[in-house]
Design a protein around this ligand. Sequence first.
Ligand code: DSN
Length: 440
Amino acid sequence: MSKQIVDKINNLIKQHHEFFSRAIPLIASENITSKACRMATICDFQHRYAEGWPGKRVYAGCEYLDQVELICQDLAQKYWRASFADVRPISGVVANLALYTAMTTPKGKMMAMPIPSGGHISHAPKIAKQTGKEINGTAGTVRGLDVEYLAFDQKEMNLNIDESAKRIRAFKPELVLFGGSVFLFPHPVKELSAVAKEVGAHVAYDGAHVAGLIGSGYFQDPLREGAEAFTLSTHKTFPGPQHGCILTNGPDELNEKVKSACFPSMLSNHHLHNVAGFAITLAEMMEFGKVYHGQVIKNAKALAAALAAAGFKPLCEHKGYTASHQVVLDVTGLEKTFGLGADIEKALEKAAIIVNRNLLPWDAKEKREYTNPGGLRLGTSEVTRLGMKESDMKVIADFFKKIIIDKKDPKTIAPDVAEFAKNFQTVKFCFEETKAFQWY
Ligand code: DSN
């Protein structure tokens, strides 16, 4: 029986790989790693413990692990132009929790992007103040923080500077946190940092989604615009293994707080195999990131334009749709002919086009919920790493049109999607190109 379970799991993994080899992966928070990175993540490091800081571990046997972690710190500092990097957080959420520990008091006050407008759940309160609903966000639930939202301009899909400034002055938080999960345009970090500092607040930036863009010199540069700390995950636009990181430009007092928040407060072991994969991906992005991330952004703009030409409503046409890897589609108006976000997500999945439904900032007002919201969020990081260019975005938009507007049965489109996907089976922007979905 036990052997059958092993076989069954191996078979499910194989089927998953086969499915993705026939798919168009458009989840904005995902990406795909190189062979060198994958090999690092399955090495013996995964069996080891190395609590603490390199050179000052709680365990023996760390000589080589330490060297890898120091290389990872050094490369992260160079790539993101920071003087300090803690590469131990095992995810973006853990990096944020360590940040809250370093920069707030328990039950203190924080301001962040509104969750219904694309803020991340790790920034959220326990209870939504506007609706009284329990949302159990990380900041409110784990750190007990009283979270107030910055003001959001729905037309511009960005923070409203004047109204946010008023709210910061009135609420007087300990921490103002920028960044989010729906992230089309750079946040006004410079303008609002000045206001945050007037009230004595710390300023930080959650760049989980846009970290790769920023490292390669695009989007914005939060540590030079007023953010004291920059948290990130390493697997969205930055195409590494699933992990996290915290960057600062000092001072030492802040760095020491971050270090002790990571260990012992937030972590015991820190998944050393992923630190190795992170370091390898940093080396890749220092070599190939400028071209790769430039293409990610070009593809996102091209995908939005092609979807608009095909009859869809990507947000922010007046701003060129996006300055990041993301496109947000407003699918309201299709409810009578096809359905909303969840219906479309399901239909596309049947053709192996993988997207996620997403709330639009005005969904709550129009009584739509996350279960079937008015939006879709698309991301071009992974398809770009597989080699797609602007002309391929038109092909993708045409698949969307056939399924959602022309209402063709998605199962009849799946073979065309698979045929198209055959051209994109190699992980690029790395030293040794890799078969993307091969399973051993
Ligand atoms: N939930 C992820 C996203 O899709 O944005 C981030 O953790």
